[in-house]
Design a protein around this ligand. Sequence first.
Ligand code: YSA
Length: 332
Amino acid sequence: MDLVKIKAQAKKEISVINNSRDLERWRVKFLGRKSALSLFFANLKNLSLIERREQGAKANKLREFLEELYRDNKERIAQQEKEIESWDISRPGTKAPTSHLHPLTLTLREITQVFSRLGFAIVEGPEIESEYYNFDALRIPPSHPARDMWDTLWLKSVSKKGRLLLRTHTSPVQIRYMEKHQPPFRIIVPGRCFRHEATDVSHDIQFHQVEGLMVDEEVSLANFKDIIETAIRGLFSQKVKIRFRPSYFPFVSPGVEVDIKIRNKKSGAQEWMEIMGAGMVHPDLFETVGYNKNLWQGFAFGVGVERIAMIKYNIPDIRLFFSSDIRFLKQF
Ligand code: YSA
């Protein structure tokens, strides 16, 4: 090997060495008795006097260079090793903060698990929805107050199915699913909804619902009541009081609302909190999707996820969920 190559190789190899054992190996390889440099010195005797002087001087210069390189790196590594030795590895470390799931995610997961156990499949739908699916197909006429710009967040774009909007409920997925599937089936649809309304302790402009839809040949309001009572018992460990009230939604007949009894945090008094709207699917919806309305029956519901989480975790104000307040989130 010629001197230039020896120098280049020695520099390259030492640059990645970071412990004294490897440094010693390097020393033996490049400065030891059997090194390429020693061999070079040994071969000088075969050269002419002039060449011997010239090559000898170059080889000496290289040896000096390598010795200095060795000394510098020895110092660097010794310093490094001293620092490592002074580490107290028995000292307790600083705990890295760990994250956890948001209370709404926890609640959504619990709701979907309860309904999965009851045989409901999980289906999703778009958050940006058309006027047709959000309103028309659900028998909500253009004159209905829900279509007012103060209730609905409208987008500027228009689709083949009418103006676009941020869905105000998960019910449009009922139509989307029925258009593509034949009964019997039972599904739930978890998802985010948006309403352009004034916020208060139990209303926000964005919230989550879980829609439910069960269609079969013989489905009654009694089946709905039984399923909902079973689900609510599965969600809350304590015995909660549930109330079914008659209500009106254009896409069901009859319609009901379900309330849960809670304790008012301020006054301590017991009061009802509405958690869902529901009812028997209106026969017109079956006609819209091409089902035989005389053969199929179904119930549907839309439960507010924030309201369930508020009751479960005793949360006094719905607006805390999206406040990004770490003191609130740390409690779960
Ligand atoms: C009704 C009949 C069906 O066959 C299927 C579904 C429904 C429910 C209907 N789509 C609906 O949205 N009804 S609702 O306006 O009364 O909302 C249902 C639930 O969503 C409420 O009980 C409440 O828990 C929650 N909710 C509604 N607006 C909310 C809200 N949660 C937080 N903030 C809001 N602004």
